[in-house]
Design a protein around this ligand. Structure first.
Ligand SMILES: O=P(O)(O)OC[C@H]1O[C@H](OP(=O)(O)OP(=O)(O)O)[C@H](O)[C@@H]1O
Ligand SMILES: O=c1cc[nH]c(=O)[nH]1
Ligand SMILES: [Mg+2]
Length: 209
């Protein structure tokens, strides 16, 4: 599996801010969205282009446009929704396919609860987004589901990835490319990433226990 840890000064700076203890919900949300935009720039680097004709001020000229059907963004509820705005600011025409999963806190297994997918999935690139890749269970289950619906070209984009999650994704879906702002150290006994971000969903939605 191709793993791209996107190295950029703006991303490193914003990730440092994002890890601040007791960060406000507003600041956390804004940073997640901004880092999401920057990662999207890298994750879409290889999208295919085709020639088209543009009526310019000097008459018709040949320009380029994205080829094929519009990409589908796939946020994994809830925390993945935090990346939506940032991705859509770069790809405003993307279709959005929502997958709802939560992680059982005891077993760490993903529990599916919602799914609303766009049409023609076999013809679209899917960009699956979630801030956290911990055990990898949620990402693997989402990609399993997308492949069952015929999606062939899948990219996964996260802010923080644990080595354990990368290994699980590699074993289940070696054809997928993973983009991440950071590969962190490891998981703790509760399945949280160290140093990680804490509970990203709670921080984005302001539901901290
Ligand atoms: O790699 P995994 O071990 O599966 O863990 C990662 C998942 O856990 C978090 O979601 P959570 O279950 O907390 O749901 P939430 O987004 O609703 O908070 C996170 O946003 C991922 O979806
Ligand atoms: O570190 C982690 C692991 C799973 N989910 C989170 O929000 N954070
Ligand atoms: Mg959560």
């Amino acid at each position: 599996m191709n793993v791209v840890e996107v190295k950029h000064p703006l991303i490193s700076h914003k990730m440092g801010l994002l890890r601040t203890h007791d960060i406000s919900v507003k600041a956390f949300r804004e940073l997640v969205s901004e880092i999401g935009s920057l990662l999207t720039f890298e994750a879409t680097r290889d999208l295919p282009l085709e020639d088209t004709t543009t009526a310019s001020w000097q008459g018709d000229i040949t320009t380029q446009q994205l080829a094929g059907k519009k990409l589908t963004l796939v946020p994994i509820l809830r925390a993945g929704l935090g990346l939506n705005e940032g991705v859509l600011s770069i790809i405003p025409c993307a279709r959005v396919s929502v997958v709802g999963l939560y992680r059982n806190e005891e077993t760490l297994e993903p529990v599916p609860y919602f799914e609303k997918l766009t049409s023609d999935l076999d013809k679209r690139v899917a960009l699956v987004v979630d801030p956290m890749l911990a055990t990898g269970g949620s990402m693997v289950a989402t990609i399993d589901l997308l492949k069952k619906q015929g999606v062939k070209d899948i990219k996964a984009m996260v802010l923080v990835a644990a080595p354990e999650g990368i290994q699980a994704l590699e074993e289940a879906h070696p054809d997928v490319t993973l983009y991440t702002a950071s590969v962190d150290e490891k998981l703790n006994e509760q399945g949280y990433i160290l140093p990680g971000l804490g509970d990203a969903g709670d921080k984005i939605f302001g539901t901290k226990k």
